[in-house]
Write a protein that binds this ligand. Structure first.
Ligand code: UD1
Ligand code: CA
Length: 467
């Protein structure tokens, strides 16, 4: 028995007031549509078809689901029309077609599996996943007959006051036998909205005496449709809590779960501790036993084990080795690699820089386009001058080098293994291994200068006073 999935994503999403297609709005770091696509993985569909409209190019660019097929629906003429447009791409086979809305991002994979099992066990031609809504407004109502069998789905705008009170509503998730799906061609235009409603498939199927049921499986919060920004925020919050609860179960401690954001594709190691107001985004991986102190944002980075990220640090597209320490107030920019047991301290910025194992840049430095070896000490205030106004150049610093405080390394330049750079130097030429380089001018002491100056100083003041 084969299974195909169709995800409807061609709607205009007018209620979002946005230039972005609705299904590309993000929830915990991934597009709404991606979340729906991920949720069907569990039923191992043989084919997934996304129905898209004018924004198809943008949608293809932003979806990371290899093998997904696309169908185009010209002009958003309703959910029924969307499925009709998908028919040629769905193809002919013996089995079931699962239909899902692209704006319902919270459905759990287990719920979809359970629903499909019920549909198959009961030998239905059409099944609708329903749920009891605390506030049913906006949803299609499930109308049942005296014996409790589904009779029709009536959209909110078409429902009379009695039907408006029905709390069982349509989730927008259906299972249809492939051969029964041809019925979408029979759906009539709904005059009140000028659209073809997929929900009319129910009455069409019943007319043809097809076996049809509505199953209330799953929890209400799973079926929340995102039509407005307000709903997007509410759905984001539900997913955010779900993600944090998931990691808590796997052994991560959150000091204040209410203020922490962990994106969908993040992975966290056990015994890691996350302090308040932390954002871990994109595809970040954080190893075991690490600590992330308050006000930190980490994006698309690979952080090792037993790492300490101190307060108010930003790390983007970087790697941090085991037992390293970063921050407070550090900025680790894309392409940076911090080695094992290395230390990056306060007010240090790294850009596309490799800092070797056990190396230290503890205070107030800019290290850009630098290749720094192991066991190097970068003194306070060191700056790599990597930009000549036109191009970027590389600074290479060998293992065991000691760079004295307040030095500038004018790239391209190389400091050989074990060399020393005297504090306050401006290094413009390569330093050989084992050498000491000092480029500051020699100090001169002028004896009694202060006393002399204070005498002349007094005269000057008197003069000024007379003027
Ligand atoms: C729909 C259902 C409603 C259900 C609710 C659940 C219909 C007529 N109504 O209402 O019964 O309770 O979902 O959330 O189906 N889309 C297209 N092409 C179109 C129109 C829509 O692909 O021409 C897509 C949208 O991108 C969206 C999905 O279909 O992902 C649902 O469309 P939407 O307009 O949000 O339907 P609702 O009014 O929420
Ligand atoms: Ca919707």
């Amino acid at each position: 028995m084969k299974t195909a999935c169709v995800v409807l994503a061609a709607g205009l999403g007018k209620r979002m007031n946005s230039d972005l297609p609705k299904v590309l709005h993000r929830i915990c770091g991934i597009p709404l549509l991606q979340s729906v696509l991920n949720s069907v993985d569990g039923v191992k569909p043989d084919r997934i078809v996304v129905v898209a409209g004018d924004h198809i190019g943008k949608i293809k660019e932003n979806i990371d689901s290899p093998g997904v097929l696309f169908a185009v629906q010209p002009g958003a003429k309703g959910t029924g029309d969307a499925v009709r447009c998908a028919l040629p791409v769905i193809g002919d086979f013996r089995g079931d077609v699962l239909i899902l809305n692209g704006d319902t991002p919270l459905v759990r994979p287990e719920t979809i599996k359970k629903f499909l099992r019920r549909h198959r066990k009961d030998g239905n031609e059409l099944s609708v996943l329903s749920f009891k809504a605390a506030d049913p407004s906006g949803y299609g109502r499930i109308v049942r007959d005296a014996s409790g069998e589904i009779e029709a789905i009536v959209e909110d705008r078409d429902a009379d006051p009695v039907r408006k009170r029905i709390s069982e509503v349509n989730s927008g998730l259906y299972a249809v036998r492939r051969d029964a799906l041809a019925l979408v061609g029979e759906i009539k235009l709904n005059r009140s909205k000028g659209e073809y409603y997929l929900t009319d498939l129910v009455s069409q199927a019943l007319l043809k005496k097809m076996k049809t049921s509505a199953y209330p499986v799953g929890a209400e919060e799973e079926f929340m449709g995102v039509n407005t920004r307000e709903e997007l925020r509410r759905a984001s919050d539900i997913l955010r809590r779900r993600i944090i609860a998931g990691w808590t179960k796997k052994g991560v401690d959150f000091m204040d779960a209410g203020s922490v954001f962990i994106h969908y594709n993040v992975s966290l190691g056990r015994d890691t501790v996350i302090y308040p107001n932390v954002y871990i985004e994109g595809r970040t991986r954080l190893g075991r036993n690490s600590t992330v102190y308050p006000n930190v944002r980490i994006l698309d980075s690979n952080i090792g084990r037993e790492v300490v990220i101190k307060d108010s640090t930003l790390i983007e597209n970087a790697t941090v080795g085991d037992r390293a320490s970063v921050g407070p107030f550090a900025h680790i920019r894309p392409g940076s690699q911090i080695g094992r047991e290395a230390k990056v301290g306060n007010f240090v910025e790294l850009k596309k820089t490799v800092l070797g194992a056990k190396s230290k840049a503890s205070h107030l430095s800019y290290l850009g386009d630098a290749e720094i070896g192991n066991g190097v000490n970068i003194g306070a205030g060191t700056i790599t001058c990597n930009y000549d106004g036109k191009e970027k150049h590389v600074t290479r610093i060998g293992d065991g080098v000691f760079v004295g405080s307040d030095s500038q390394l004018v790239a391209p330049v190389r400091v050989g293994k074990g060399a020393y750079v005297g504090a306050g130097s401006t290094i413009t030429q390569d330093v050989p291994a084992g050498a000491l380089a000092i480029s500051r001018s020699r100090q001169k002491n002028i004896w009694g200068w202060v006393r002399k100056r204070s005498k002349t100083g007094t005269k000057n003041t008197k003069k000024k006073g007379k003027e």
